[in-house]
Design a protein around this ligand. Structure first.
Ligand SMILES: N[C@@H](CCC(=O)N[C@@H](CS)C(=O)NCC(=O)O)C(=O)O
Length: 217
């Protein structure tokens, strides 16, 4: 079996999957989605006409959407970290994965990609709502987090989703003093070797950040 990941280092959803691959040392071929590789975009669209990434190919068979990709890795390429530990933790891991994707990553993306819209098509109302929702998410998760990881001592799918979403969310809407647990969790995530690696690999692309990357992290 051979894995190929169509991805870009600066993309938050790609980082979610890259963290899982790196943390378990799972070998794969990186199909970089950059302008000097148009053939990779063409191949991505052949498998997934929406053109959203990442996608994973296993011997040419596509696995699409980040959560199913990590579920697939857990089932077919198991490693030191179980991404969805069986037993009583499973439901919590799945719920927090949805929480970070839907309530942190999506609001962060709405805010950070609005400047890319054509002039006259900016969505100021939507961006304001996304900021409000992000603050609701910060307040809610503050009392919910395990230590050191989202569900306790196991680094799971929930942490793979949390790391890139909180990394960038703090750039667009800084985590506040009222959320010390969340700030500490973000710092622990950034110190994890697989997360530190994706952050470092994305560094050369920071100028892509539409709002301007802050001079930190
Ligand atoms: N729900 C999808 C989201 C994927 C997604 O939105 N990826 C972004 C990159 S971070 C993307 O493809 N953006 C380009 C586009 O929307 O055309 C997943 O979990 O895989």
């Amino acid at each position: 079996m051979s894995l190929q990941l169509f991805a870009h280092p600066f993309s938050s959803y790609c980082q979610k999957v890259l963290i899982a691959l790196y943390a378990n040392g799972t070998p794969f071929e990186y199909k970089l989605l950059e302008q000097d590789h148009p053939e990779n975009f063409e191949e991505l669209r052949r498998h997934w006409p929406f053109g959203k990434f990442p996608i994973l190919l296993d011997d040419g068979e596509p696995i699409i959407e980040t959560t199913p990709i990590i579920e697939y890795l857990d089932a077919h390429y198991p490693g030191e970290n179980r991404w969805i530990p069986p037993g009583e933790m499973e439901q919590r891991v799945r719920f927090l994965d949805r929480f970070f994707d839907l309530h942190v990553m999506e609001n962060m993306s709405k805010i950070s990609t609005d400047p890319l819209r054509p002039e006259g098509s900016r969505d100021h109302y939507g961006v304001e709502k996304a900021r409000e929702s992000l603050n609701v998410a910060y307040d809610w998760i503050e009392g919910q987090l395990g230590d050191p990881w989202a569900v306790g001592d196991k680094f799971t799918l929930a942490d793979c989703a949390a790391a890139p979403s909180l990394f960038y969310a703090d750039w667009v809407e800084p985590i506040r003093d009222q959320q010390p647990q969340l700030a500490a969790y973000r710092a622990r995530l950034l110190a994890h070797p697989a997360v530190a690696r994706v952050v470092d690999e994305a560094r050369p692309y920071r100028h892509y950040f539409p709002l301007g990357a802050p001079d930190r992290d």
